[in-house]
Design a protein around this ligand. Structure first.
Ligand code: PEP
Length: 254
């Protein structure tokens, strides 16, 4: 299984700061082992700086943190997949909890974005995860099932099964662990990733075993190795600790 280490820079960094961090990463990751990919999800304004710094290093890619599901049009403030590709992105994030909970994106919009981005040539890291209230109410499985089914039940014929391999990754991010310093414990991560894999099997059959599932939520250099050692953890999605190149490099190296 392909391993993916993803950085989410959220709404941080000027273009100069992004270029510096990306070039530090490119220097530190010049010789990535085969089967490992690193993606930096940068703010729109910095995508081209990251893509430029990563040119020539095959395992490193730039991504956007959002897109709108239309070719072009009167959608003020939005960015299309074609614009992301033009800026040098090859990936996009969809369903991030900050977009679901702060910007109010629902499952239907997340599904439209995910499918439209895939259809237009972007790879997608599609995020799912429960809030603390949902977990405490025993709704973990139901929430993950609802979020996954929204996307997979709307997937067009051409994007079913093997067609998704190498193009779609899932990010499991418990909302209560994002930016809070509370990393989910090993049992919680094992359980949520096993549930996610089982739900994927129901939705896409054998292909489920070829879709990487990343863990995200307060990943740091000192917990990365432990998380990566867990079953069904095929990579990490790192927010705060990816802002410093050295700390993200330590996480990848761990
Ligand atoms: C994220 O932004 O996806 C994230 C996991 O953030 P943090 O690592 O800061 O919790």
């Amino acid at each position: 299984m392909q391993k993916i280490f993803a950085a989410n820079w959220k709404m941080y960094k000027t273009r100069a700061q992004a270029a510096q961090s990306a070039s530090d990463l490119a220097k530190g990751l010049g010789h990535m082992p085969a089967g490992q990919d690193v993606v930096v999800f940068a703010p729109f304004t910095s995508i081209s700086c990251v893509a430029d710094a990563f040119k020539g290093v095959a395992a490193l890619s730039a991504g956007g943190q959002n897109c709108y599901p239309a070719e072009e049009g009167a959608f003020t403030g939005e960015t299309s997949p074609a614009m992301l590709l033009d800026a040098g992105a090859s990936w996009v994030l969809t369903g991030h909890s900050e977009r679901r909970h702060i910007m109010g994106e629902d499952d239907v919009l997340v599904a439209r974005k995910t499918i439209f981005a895939l259809e237009h040539g972007l790879k997608v890291l599609f995020c799912i995860g429960e809030t603390l209230d949902e977990r405490e109410a025993g709704k973990l499985n139901a929430v993950l099932e609802r979020q996954l089914a929204a996307v997979f039940s709307a997937m067009p014929e051409g994007l079913r099964g093997a067609a998704l391999v190498g193009k779609l990754a899932i990010g499991y991010e418990p909302v209560w662990a994002i930016g809070t310093g509370k990393v989910a414990g090993p049992e919680e991560v094992l359980d949520a990733h096993a549930v996610t894999r089982a739900l994927l099997k129901k939705l896409v059959g054998e292909t489920a075993d070829k879709l990487p599932i990343l863990y995200g939520g307060s990943v740091k250099p000192n917990n990365a190795a432990g998380l990566m050692a867990l079953d069904n953890v095929d990579g990490l999605l790192v927010g705060g600790a990816s802002l410093e190149a050295q700390s993200f490099l330590q996480i990848i190296g761990a």
